[in-house]
Design a protein around this ligand. Structure first.
Ligand code: NAD
Ligand code: LMR
Length: 334
């Protein structure tokens, strides 16, 4: 972890522990959009993570309440809240990891791309803050459409001269979490023991589960492949429809984001063999298996052998991804 400032150096806003002598060793993590449907349970899970010494909760609404609540948990992380744009810089200064679940969610009938107009601007503003205040932080982008918001983040960082592709990661862990669950159901296995690589992107046909590479090794009928591929690709819509206008996945997403953030922190700590799927800079953006380490993404692992079904899926995914990437890039450079 980077060296930690004394408590006095960081403005004590809400929910901070005035008598704390200083933060325990560990990493400093900020959640931007911390009062939202994902942000709140994610804040709870990150407060429980022993690798986190300082947790900054930023939102444009309700940050004080969420911070007061979370700060009463008797776990190690010191929690501080930050409300509104004037406090963004204080929220970000000194952070090792910034997680971004800020932005509007889908309602039934919408695609993730329908969120672009609102969320693109939100992600741009937050990334401008990151470029200024914590340019070396690892950034985990959750806000949709991920296929475009990660390219937006990259363009903002390029403009600021701080772009490091190793440190910018789109969070696609929920696709893997879902794939493990659904495959576990079909195979009658404990989902914790299943690992399905999911590559491509995070929307519709760009979500490409590699069912030929499931661990433990197994085989599926073509009906099972069609069922699983479709259920994994439409998992988000399944939740949006079930919530019937009250938003999209929040709890499973917070679980997935906390799992991914933990992997990033273990990589930063120097643990060996941390491999996760993530939407990273390649081709120019693509979700792949990546090895995480002290500098973020240390290696993009090969896709491995794809079967014919997966090769056809990959072509479809690439076509849609190219458009979503271009849309994000143009948003910043127009
Ligand atoms: P939500 O509306 O419940 O919460 C979003 C939060 O962002 C709110 O608290 C809001 O005040 C805050 N916010 C808005 N503008 C902000 C700004 N400029 N700065 C800081 N905070 C701001 O939504 P949610 O259900 O938490 O979803 C958030 C985003 O995550 C959506 O875009 C959703 O589509 C996306 N999402 C992504 C995945 C994924 O797998 N990557 C999964 C689920 C949801
Ligand atoms: C998900 O996959 O659940 C998220 O991307 C939210 C959504 O809009 O589906």
């Amino acid at each position: 972890a980077s060296s930690h400032p004394q408590m006095e150096e960081v403005p004590l806003l809400m929910g901070s522990n005035c008598r704390a002598k200083g933060a325990a060793p560990g990493f400093k993590v900020a959640i931007l959009g911390a009062a939202g449907g994902i942000g709140q349970p994610l804040a709870l899970l990150m407060k429980m993570n022993p690798l986190v010494s300082v947790l900054h909760l930023y939102d444009v609404v309700n940050a004080p309440g969420v911070t007061a609540d979370i700060s009463h948990m008797n776990t190690g992380a010191v929690v501080r809240g930050f409300l509104g744009q004037p406090q963004l810089e204080n929220a970000l200064t000194g952070m090792d990891l910034v997680i971004i679940p800020a932005g509007v969610p889908r309602k039934p009938g919408m695609t993730r791309d329908d969120l672009f107009n609102i969320n693109a601007g939100i992600v741009r503003t937050l990334c401008e803050g990151i470029a200024k205040c914590c340019p070396k932080a690892i950034v985990n982008v959750i806000s949709n459409p991920v296929n475009s918001t990660v390219p937006i983040a990259a363009e903002v960082f390029k403009k600021a001269g701080t772009y490091d592709p190793k440190r910018l990661l789109g969070v696609t862990t929920l696709d893997v979490v879902r794939a493990n669950t659904f495959v576990g159901e079909v195979l009658g296995l404990d989902p914790r023991e299943v690992n399905v690589p999911v590559i491509g992107g995070h929307a519709g046909v760009t979500i490409l589960p590699l069912l030929s590479q499931v661990n433990p090794a197994c085989s599926f009928t073509s009906e099972e492949v069609n069922y699983l591929t479709s259920r994994i690709q439409n998992g988000g819509t399944e939740v949006v429809e079930a919530k019937a206008g009250a938003g999209s996945a929040t709890l499973s997403m917070a679980y997935a984001a906390a799992k991914f953030a933990d992997a990033c922190l273990r990589g930063l700590r120097g643990d060996a063999g941390i491999v996760e799927c993530s939407y990273v800079t390649e081709l120019p953006f693509f979700a792949s298996k990546v090895r995480l380490g002290r500098s973020g993404v240390e290696e993009i692992l090969p896709l491995g052998p794809l079967n014919e079904f997966e090769r056809a899926g990959l072509e479809k995914a690439k076509k849609e991804l190219a458009q979503s990437i271009q849309k994000g890039v143009s948003f910043i450079n127009k």
